[in-house]
Design a protein around this ligand. Structure first.
Ligand SMILES: O=c1ccn([C@@H]2O[C@H](COP(=O)(O)OP(=O)(O)O[C@H]3O[C@@H](CO)[C@H](O)[C@H]3O)[C@@H](O)[C@H]2O)c(=O)[nH]1
Ligand SMILES: [Mn+2]
Length: 393
């Protein structure tokens, strides 16, 4: 039980991974929820720069020198000068669950957003109240008086099954106060293991640079009280700023690729990982959820800088999406590692002609798995009771 009485569920089975180029005062706003948990901080950029971590947290801090020392000749697979470096923390962790969050994300404020719905106050005026409060306090209580705990919501999402094969129109049937609707096949109501929980953001939405440029003042004030499973066979643009996953089921697929310094692309790290993770989850019979929890995303990054990082991704993705939609993995691929190595072969065969970058990326996907197996020797056996599609029971 933390100081505020918040329960720290599964605290021995969770690592919180934070990529950073800043001091970590933001942790003060999360102290009530994060203090019982172990943090893995991945410091990007200049390793000689000191990073201040508030007192009282249990953490490991790794900079680029540590990455080079620990991974040796494999360290080239970890990006430099891009939030993609966070996946080094996924590699090092020995825990079952990972929650990764950016250092400009705070506890979301839903009290006034729900108030707005019930009292019809003018949206814009409401949002200014919420913005001022969020800047002042950053911690909110929902109408039931409980503080909003994003990590707890992610763990609830991961601990309850997903329903990728048939859409439930009341959304997540495993949440309190809801269920499967009439007509939902009983043969599918057991659901499947949940591999990932994708949270969302109030205030600054995760828009690409062109959208940021044409809508510079747009803020997300819409708090949708829903968690839903992304249907099997459907891809989605994963964002890494408020994300949790089951490391034993899908960790090896959570490689955030080659981004940032020395690379032709940036800010596509989580999307790349999300596409790989989703096709592998579909193949292994796992589910992926999106929706609650929200975090309050506070920093607007520079759209012109972002455009320079993103522009190749904006046209490459028109070829990447059809590739991922056509991916088929053989039934011998019974673990995330095996799926990922097979996927790297298909990336090289089919995307190498889009740009030489994808040949390099495919090679680094293999290096990532080699590093994963070197640092996680016990991770070789299949972790799921899910059988690949078409396998005999
Ligand atoms: O070179 C870098 C830059 C940043 N970081 C750390 O990564 C996260 C995100 O950084 P920031 O909030 O400044 O960037 P955004 O444009 O808001 O978000 C982008 O990052 C990804 C989401 O995680 C996605 O590409 C965009 O949404 C912070 O913790 C920075 O400290 C870094 O490690 N290295
Ligand atoms: Mn940010």
């Amino acid at each position: 039980m933390s100081e505020t009485g918040a329960t720290a569920i599964l605290k021995e089975e969770v690592d919180i991974v934070i990529p950073t180029i800043r001091n970590l005062e933001f942790l003060e706003k999360w102290r009530a929820f994060f203090q019982p948990y172990h943090l893995i901080i991945v410091q990007d950029g200049d390793p000689s720069k000191g990073i201040k971590v508030p007192e009282g947290f249990d953490y490991e801090l790794y900079n680029r020198n540590d990455i080079n020392r620990i991974l040796g000749s494999k360290s080239h697979c970890i990006s430099f000068k891009d939030s993609a470096c966070r996946c080094f923390g996924f590699l090092l962790s020995k825990k079952k669950y990972i929650f990764t969050i950016d250092d400009d994300c705070f506890v979301s404020i839903t009290l006034f957003l729900r108030f707005r719905h019930s009292h019809g106050m003018r949206v814009r005026f409401q949002f200014y109240i919420v913005s001022i409060l969020s800047l002042l306090f950053q911690v909110a209580k929902d109408p039931s008086g409980k503080e909003i705990n994003a990590l707890e919501q992610h763990l609830k999402n991961l601990l309850t099954p997903s329903t990728p094969f048939f859409f439930n129109t009341l959304y997540d049937p495993f949440r309190e106060g809801t269920d499967f609707v009439r007509g939902y096949p009983f043969s599918l109501r057991e659901g499947v293991p949940t591999a990932a929980s994708h949270g969302l953001w109030l205030n600054i939405p995760d828009y690409d640079a062109p959208t940021q440029l044409v809508k510079p003042l747009e803020r997300n004030t819409r708090y949708v009280d829903a968690v839903m499973t992304i249907p099997k066979g459907t891809l989605f643009p994963m964002c890494g700023m408020n994300l949790a996953f089951n490391r034993e089921l899908i960790g090896p697929a959570m490689y955030f690729g080659l981004m940032g310094d020395g690379q032709p692309i940036g800010r596509y790290e989580a999307m790349w990982a999300g596409w790989c993770m989703k096709v592998i989850s579909d193949h292994l019979g796992f589910g992926v959820k999106t929706g609650l929890p929200y975090v309050w995303h506070s920093k607007e990054s520079n759209p012109f800088v972002n455009l320079k990082k993103e522009y190749k991704g904006i046209y490459w993705q028109e070829e990447l999406i059809p590739f991922f939609q056509s991916v088929s993995l053989p039934k011998e691929c019974t673990t995330a590692q095996k799926c990922y190595v097979e996927l790297s072969k298909q990336v090289k065969a089919k995307l190498g002609k889009v740009d030489e970058y994808f040949n390099k990326l495919a090679d680094n996907m293999v290096t990532w798995i080699e590093a994963w197996e070197e640092l996680n020797p016990s991770a070789m056996a299949p972790k799921s009771d899910a059988l690949p599609n078409g396998s005999a029971k």
